[in-house]
Design a protein around this ligand. Structure first.
Ligand SMILES: NC(=O)c1ccc[n+]([C@@H]2O[C@H](COP(=O)([O-])OP(=O)(O)OC[C@H]3O[C@@H](n4cnc5c(N)ncnc54)[C@H](OP(=O)(O)O)[C@@H]3O)[C@@H](O)[C@H]2O)c1
Length: 355
């Protein structure tokens, strides 16, 4: 098979870190692969070109441009980190991979990135405990509904099947740690809390604690790499309806994390109190944090009884645990002070609907 890999969202936190990891390899199947990086803006394209990879500047909602990019660059594997929310993007990429398969006569692969919150009660999961080896796809279909991330999950599996593309779904938890990409180096949640707390000189937490799944960025990236290696080595691993990979290394104790954020910011003189207060309303939390109001409570208070099996069966060995996460909060604050230079766009599609 061909070994041309396209990473979407390559200027983003996760995609940029995947790219940095893949191009830093000195041996192994990924080292032998051709890596292309999809970015949205000219400025990002210029910055990433310095890495010596094939940079493709494309708006992924443009179906014709996506098809052209995939076929011209003979892409066999897409690692998609650009959006879990906008179903048009995976749809365009999967259709293009289907075309590429017809042209090359070789299998093509689509690795999607979705969100663990979907599998918590607050995220609309009514079934309680869930293993990624359960009939997750069937259950997502049963739930149906308007949640754009769930709709996109279903679309990915169904369209990949229809177009003869092998699909996988890395279900991404709360990710923390400094990214190693060239552009956006910060994650979503903790940087948003730190940024907001500094702007308003107060740390808020929700009135209910949550313990959602989590992974350090370096551990998450190793899972993407492992999956791509298995594909390149033609190993048979769960895919399609069975291809969910819960990327959970440990849990995030939100209240304990908020306590540490408050202490860290207070010690720097950046907030008035060393303890968090309770958000007066979910609406205010959404406005201040820049999160979609419909999902802010799930993002801040959900836990979810997820049991990750598939990633560990692949051989995933995350190094970071809950204790290390809590011990790293001061550096999370420091990272925002040093690296918060690029506006987050991840929720634009949903927050524009809020307004
Ligand atoms: N970070 C987390 O903690 C976390 C947790 C769970 C799930 N996830 C999911 O993982 C994925 C990646 O997250 P992230 O934190 O890496 O987000 P991110 O930093 O915002 O990266 C996403 C990248 O995709 C690009 N992009 C979006 N729409 C595009 C389009 N139409 N055409 C071309 N490029 C486009 C963005 O471009 P611009 O730079 O131009 O905006 C951005 O560079 C997302 O789907 C997210 O929902 C993340």
């Amino acid at each position: 098979m061909g070994n041309n890999i396209l990473i979407t969202g390559a200027a983003g936190y996760i995609g940029g870190s995947v790219l940095a990891n893949f191009i830093s390899r000195t041996s192994g199947p990924i080292k032998a692969a051709q890596i292309s990086a999809a970015v949205r803006s000219e400025e990002q394209a210029q910055k990433l070109s310095k890495l010596g990879v094939n940079v493709i500047q494309v708006d992924l909602v443009d179906e014709t441009a996506v098809k052209e990019a995939v076929l011209r660059n003979e892409i066999d594997i897409v690692v998609h980190t650009a959006s879990a929310i906008d179903g048009r993007i995976p749809s365009h990429l999967i259709k293009a991979l289907g075309q590429r398969r017809k042209v090359s006569g070789e299998e093509t692969y689509f690795i999607h990135s979705s969100i663990t919150t979907l599998f918590s009660e607050e995220g609309g999961w009514p079934y309680g405990q869930v293993r990624d080896t359960d009939t997750v796809f069937e259950k997502e279909k049963e739930i149906g509904g308007p949640h754009p991330v769930r709709q996109t999950n279903i679309l990915v599996t169904e369209q990949a099947k229809a177009h003869g593309v092998t699909s996988f779904n890395i279900v991404v938890p709360h990710v923390y740690g400094r990214g190693s990409g060239e552009w956006r180096k910060l994650s979503v949640s903790i940087p948003a809390y730190v940024r907001t707390s500094m702007a308003h000189k107060i740390v808020y937490k929700f009135d209910k604690d949550g313990h959602p799944p989590a992974a350090h960025i370096s551990d998450l990236i190793e899972l993407y790499a492992l999956l791509v290696e298995k594909i390149l080595q033609k190993e048979r691993i769960p895919s399609g309806e069975e291809g969910y990979y819960f990327a959970m290394a440990h849990r995030t104790p939100w209240w304990a994390a908020m306590d540490r954020i408050a202490q860290s910011l207070h010690a720097r003189g950046l907030v008035a109190e060393s303890k968090p207060s309770i958000w007066p309303s979910d609406k205010m939390a959404a406005d201040y944090l820049g999160f979609p109001v419909l999902y802010v409570r799930a993002m801040g208070t959900s836990s979810g009884d997820l049991v990750p099996v598939n990633a560990y069966r692949l051989g995933w060995k995350p190094k970071w645990d809950e204790e290390q996460f809590l011990a790293s909060i001061d550096d999370e604050v420091q990272a925002v002070l040093e690296l918060d230079t690029v506006k987050a766009t991840i929720f634009d599609l949903l927050t524009s609907a809020d307004k």
